[in-house]
Design a binder for this molecule. Structure first.
Ligand SMILES: C[S@@+](CC[C@H](N)C(=O)[O-])C[C@H]1O[C@@H](n2cnc3c(N)ncnc32)[C@H](O)[C@@H]1O
Length: 393
């Protein structure tokens, strides 16, 4: 296929994708429909990785637009409503997977267009507004924003300079020149503030206070507030008084965790303090509604999976203060045991959270909201005046 026939084919595919998203109700605003029909996603995703779960963990294989045998498959994926993985362990997939399939955590992707459309519409963006996007990734969303608002109204930042440079080249090739910068999203981007809208496409444990400071009063912030266990998207309105407040969105969505420029310190690993029976199995944390509440109770704790010396699979929780808990698989009598160590007994906190969650009537995240300012942040249940939890730092 020649370049121009790909372009003609891609233009048809982009228009068809916009139609499908409109048909599915993800796009309702004609201006966004035009933007999705106009921006060629294949320019931003020249290669991506497919993945599968194997007994040895996740394995990725490359789908490359450079390979004539894969071109049709590549374009089918690019113009589908799917999230496409573009970077593994900080390395572009075309480099990381050049020698064959491999595992590891993915570190950048092009978000599913339907999710992006829904979030952009949720932000209630209108002509003339300025937008900060945190998490440039491929640059596709920055292109959609630039098409919708004009490049001068769009700023997009990513912590990874290689991604920003690639995105800049692709955007410029299509005539878009938004402000792009390599920066940690925790600090926002004061250089182009104030913003009418801020959208985070990676997850933070709270709403970075810089986003509030850099927003205009009346502005909206759409953030994925989440930890390793759970979280959800929250839409917060910035007030005149420097606070931002709003509720979690009912329809769940989540992004990859934000990276940090500071290497994570290895937490201490204190001795086990007790081993006891517990009525809860780790399965309770598979329910995203409960995991959301458990995360509030557990701060920055994240899950891990380990193999015991007897070969059994353990479910673990670990926090940066060195607190840890390990759940053993049910014994012959179906009893669960837990071992814990460190300053906070994490499994005790899960049990307390579970009792509270049942007492509250098993609410999901859409019953919660957040109030944030530079002075601190609280997540509350039902109303701002109700029971609340401090957000993790
Ligand atoms: C899901 S991808 C973004 C997708 C992108 N919006 C698009 O249209 O392709 C998440 C991005 O967040 C970036 N990221 C991770 N941690 C970050 C941080 N602390 N500050 C800014 N960007 C970060 C990653 O490098 C990754 O590119």
């Amino acid at each position: 296929m020649t370049r121009s026939s790909i372009d003609a084919d891609a233009a048809r595919r982009a228009a068809a994708l916009a139609d499908r998203l409109a048909g599915a109700g993800e796009i309702t605003d004609p201006a966004w429909r035009r933007a999705f029909a106009h921006v060629p996603r294949h320019v931003f995703v020249p290669h991506y990785a497919r993945y599968e779960h194997t007994p040895d963990g996740v394995r990725y294989t490359l789908v490359s637009g450079d390979d004539p045998d894969q071109r049709e498959r590549w374009l089918d994926g690019v113009y589908s409503d799917e999230t496409l993985i573009t970077q593994v362990r900080g390395v572009p997939v075309e480099v990381a997977l050049a020698g064959g399939s491999r595992g590891g955590a993915w570190t950048s992707s092009s978000t599913a267009p339907g999710l992006m459309a829904r979030l952009l519409e949720t932000l209630d963006i209108a002509d003339g507004m300025t937008v900060l996007e945190v998490g440039t990734g491929t640059g596709y969303n920055a292109a959609l924003l630039s098409e919708r608002l004009g490049s001068a109204h769009v700023t997009s930042i990513d912590i990874d300079g290689g991604l920003v440079s690639d995105a800049r080249g692709r955007l410029a090739g299509l005539g878009y020149r938004p402000t792009l910068a390599t920066a940690d999203g925790r600090d926002g981007f004061p250089g182009a503030a104030p913003y009418d809208r801020v959208i985070g496409t990676c997850a933070f444990p709270n709403i970075p206070s810089s986003w509030i400071v850099q927003s205009r009063p009346g502005g909206l912030i759409l953030a994925n507030v989440a930890g390793g266990l759970g979280g959800a998207m929250v839409l917060a309105k910035v007030g005149q008084d420097g606070t931002a407040s709003g509720r979690y969105l009912p329809r769940w969505a989540g992004f990859m965790p934000a990276r940090s420029l500071k290497p994570a310190a290895d937490p201490p690993y204190p001795e086990a303090e007790d081993m006891r029976e517990t009525e809860l199995s780790s399965d309770v944390l598979d329910d995203p509604a409960f995991a959301f509440l458990a995360q509030l109770q557990l701060g920055d704790a994240s899950p891990y999976w380990a193999t015991h010396e007897d070969g059994s699979q353990l479910y673990g929780l670990a926090a940066s203060d060195g607190s840890w808990a390990e759940l053993y698989p049910a014994d012959d009598q179906g009893r669960h045991h837990v071992e814990q160590g460190g300053p906070r007994a994490l499994w005790d906190l899960v049990e307390t959270a579970y009792t509270s969650w049942e007492d509250f009537g098993c609410p999901d995240w859409s019953n919660f909201g957040i109030t944030a300012s530079t002075a601190g942040q609280r997540v509350w249940l039902s109303t701002d005046a109700g029971i609340s939890w401090p957000s993790p730092e």
